[in-house]
Design a protein around this ligand. Sequence first.
Ligand code: ATP
Ligand code: AMO
Length: 456
Amino acid sequence: GRSWTEIEDLSKDMVESEVLVRARVHLSRLTGKQCFVKLRHRYYSVQVVYAVDDKISKQMLKYIGGCPKESIVDVTGTLVTAGIPVESCSQKLLEIQGSSFHVVSEAAPQLPLQIDDASRPLADDGPVVNQDTRLNNRILDLRTPANQAIYRIGHGVAALFREYLSGIGFTEIHTPKIISAASEGGANVFKVSYFKGNAYLAQSPQLYKQMAICADIERVFTVGAVFRAEDSNTHRHLCEFVGLDIEMAFKEHYHEVLTVIGEMFLNMFKGLQTKYATEIETVYKQYPAEPFKFIEPALRLEWPEAIRMLREAGVEIGDFDDLSTPQEKFLGKLVKAKYDTDFYILDKFPLEIRPFYTMPCPHDPKYSNSYDIFMRGEEIMSGAQRIHDPALLEERAKVHEIDLETIRSYIDSFKFGSSPHAGGGVGAERVLMLYLGLDNIRKSSMFPRDPKRLTP
Ligand code: ATP
Ligand code: AMO
């Protein structure tokens, strides 16, 4: 049978041999006796040159030149060294002298957006495509080199998360997404009809990952959709996102868990750097950004220190006030200047501003054994040691005005003994966005859901 070579696998040692390539027609240019076709596959391209000869008739040449952009074609020809380097074509300076051209799937002649326009860096002259047009025509937009690269790197984020935790004895679990009560409290839950009654879409796997600990599955993680009915039209909120959640029993101190989380992230960043270097470079070509910086071991700051840093820089903030988004970003800048890292852990949040299940700090109950993790000054993870004493849990739920009956099975899980445990939840799209320095979460979510968008 015939065998196809992907554009990225064409190499110098194949020069002078016959190759068969399947790819998209990126553009074609017909001159009198020649036709130049730029083929594209993911973030690679190669030029095919057709000339009228014994294999290619004049008519055929016209047909090739008229093939609509974005059609998928099979091309055969001889691989040769390119006469002149073609910009953004196969960096290896190779081209194909075409001998056949077969259309596998023809694209409509009119495209709602041009791939070249959608691929253009903002700094360059030329038409750019706005976000709505991109998202309305997402499958075309996703064909740009940067998008092809972004979702490969996104795969890397989840794969490295899974790989690392699996390697240290974690069990991947799946938790219900249709649940009977809000898991995080608050009003931002989607209500759905459930036979004769109602149900809610899970705001977090929180209650179930903790129940797994109560069931002696002592190290768990889960990767899955998380739903938030928040009417937040910001650059970093989605109504549905991918949660990477961890929960782990510890022996003495919740920092045992925080250390695992910190090392998991450092392993992820190093893995992305080594396994996805080409992809990262491809993204930066369209969306230039400073490379993501981190130090080892991960930097851990405590809340009072962060407040002190902000105040010294002139920010007015109370000891126990939650950080606003601009304050978080500013703190990120201060941390970067002082410690040269885009990644850090902020530990010991005030108890008041954390969810009901958060363990108060045993030394000072105004604080808690809880933490957020930041990348480039924005939150990517929230976590805590959890209360495992059912009486204290009930008490804290009451303080938060949560109807105990709606979380009865959760609270009861702690009645039969539970290991001390801690964990955290990561927003996968935020990690991808901030690792790459992208400015909007809609660039790191393949089919984003926000209050104004439910399609495609
Ligand atoms: P967490 O749920 O752990 O706090 P988060 O990043 O989703 O994570 P939110 O509590 O939703 O954080 O919001 C944090 C900050 O984001 C708020 O303090 C606010 O500054 C900003 N924010 C949230 N929603 C909006 C919005 N609709 N418009 C502008 N800013 C918002
Ligand atoms: P939290 O509500 O902070 O914590 O969510 C955890 C992480 O999820 C991401 N995130 C979001 N990403 C995109 N769009 C949103 N609307 C959105 N909201 C949150 C953020 C955030 O840090 N149960 C706890 C976690 C735990 O303690 O284990 C929780 O859900 O990156």
